[in-house]
Design a protein around this ligand. Structure first.
Ligand SMILES: Nc1ncnc2c1ncn2[C@@H]1O[C@H](COP(=O)(O)OP(=O)(O)OP(=O)(O)O)[C@@H](O)[C@H]1O
Ligand SMILES: [Mg+2]
Length: 346
């Protein structure tokens, strides 16, 4: 009855920055104890893969050194080309049996050598046709996970679990603002290099894919158009009133994103699983690109909102991060979701 509160830490290692979120799970709910980020040099991480481990370790260390809390166990996320999420249908069997059979199934669905990948799965529907069940198969290149594990170890931390960024974003966004029953939502975590697309209904992923597209390509298109450095563009975008007219670049980025999303949705429609998307929810730094939500809404003909991962979380009490976190909340969706992952377990 007098359950002791416990804390969890999500560590989102992204291309533009490493973000840390520490949550306290108490009787009264979940409280944000700490949220911080440390920018990374360009090219430290490219397309979800760590290029310079020492720089990432340094960033993680500095995030942990700067906070008082002692928790060293962290949940990290993976995404990008090295991660494959697929819904498959296989013979109905127990979870224990499936844990073995999943390797044979994966060989047919994953374009990597089975020895080079780590596998996880979840049974979504035990009753999918005669003697069959539907399973969510998650495969990640072993190298991705080993690299992350090494970063965590070198930073003096302990790896508690590895999650998929798109699912972490879903956990964070849907916890505070669940979609109406039966409605299909497209959740987009728009990062610097990668956008995680996760189409869900009633909390269950219908289609999950990572696009090689993000805020970085938008910034680059502005750099090119105006012959500016990245820093100059970032500074100009932060100014009000705007010094640059970026309408053309915004429209082009929204069109790219919309076309990629359309491809994902077409896969879903052709499989007969869903036809109409009721809402699109954005998070990640790319969600903060001025005018993007409206432009995407026009192209998709569906309501587009910017999700708030802090909804339903308390931010009260000593040391709790305040307004600065609230302003950049969409960028912390994955970090929050990673920290929430352990909410139900243990
Ligand atoms: N106000 C803004 N205007 C335009 N772009 C912005 C703004 N704020 C953030 N961004 C974009 O968001 C990106 C960073 O987003 P985020 O922190 O979600 O990425 P990341 O997690 O580090 O990267 P990834 O997930 O791709 O590895 C930056 O590259 C920048 O392009
Ligand atoms: Mg990210």
């Amino acid at each position: 009855m007098f359950e002791r509160s416990r804390t969890t830490v999500g560590l989102d290692i992204g291309a533009s920055s490493v973000k840390l979120v520490e949550l306290e799970h108490g009787e009264g709910g979940v409280r944000v104890l700490h949220a911080a980020e440390k920018a990374l040099e360009p090219e430290t991480i490219v397309d979800g893969e760590i290029m310079d481990r020492a720089l990432v370790v340094e960033a993680v260390r500095s995030l942990f050194d700067s906070r008082a809390a002692a928790r060293r166990r962290v949940v990290v996320g993976v995404h990008g080309r090295g991660v494959i999420v697929k819904k498959i249908v296989m013979d109905r069997m127990s979870v224990q049996e499936a844990a073995e059979a999943i390797y044979w199934e994966a060989e047919q669905h994953v374009p990597y050598d089975i020895h080079d990948i780590a596998l996880d799965f979840e049974i979504l529907d035990v009753d999918k046709g005669p003697k069959q069940m539907q399973v969510l198969l998650v495969a990640a290149k072993r190298e991705l996970i080993l690299n992350l594990a090494e970063v965590v170890r070198e930073a003096g931390l302990v790896l508690e679990a590895v999650d998929v960024n798109g699912f972490a974003a879903q956990n964070a966004l849907e916890r505070g603002a669940p979609a109406p029953g039966g409605e299909v939502s497209a959740l987009l975590n728009i990062g610097a290099d990668i956008t995680n697309v996760n189409v869900v209904r009633d909390g269950v992923p219908l289609y999950t894919q990572d696009l090689s597209l993000g805020g970085h390509s938008y910034l680059q298109s502005i750099q090119k158009a105006y012959h500016l450095s990245r820093e100059e563009v970032e500074r100009a975008l932060g100014q009000t009133p705007r010094r640059l007219d970026t309408t053309a670049q915004l429209e082009a980025f929204a069109a790219d994103l919309s076309a990629s999303l359309e491809k994902s949705l077409n896969c879903l429609r052709s499989s007969g699983e869903a036809d109409q998307v009721g809402r699109i929810v954005l998070c990640g730094g790319g969600a903060q690109i001025g005018g993007l939500a409206a432009a995407l809404g026009r192209l998709q003909g569906a309501p587009v909102t910017i999700g708030d991962p802090l909804l339903g979380l308390s931010r009260e009490g000593a040391g709790a991060p305040g307004d600065e976190l609230a302003r950049s909340a969409p960028r912390f969706a994955v970090g929050v979701g990673l920290a929430l992952r352990k909410e139900r377990a243990s």
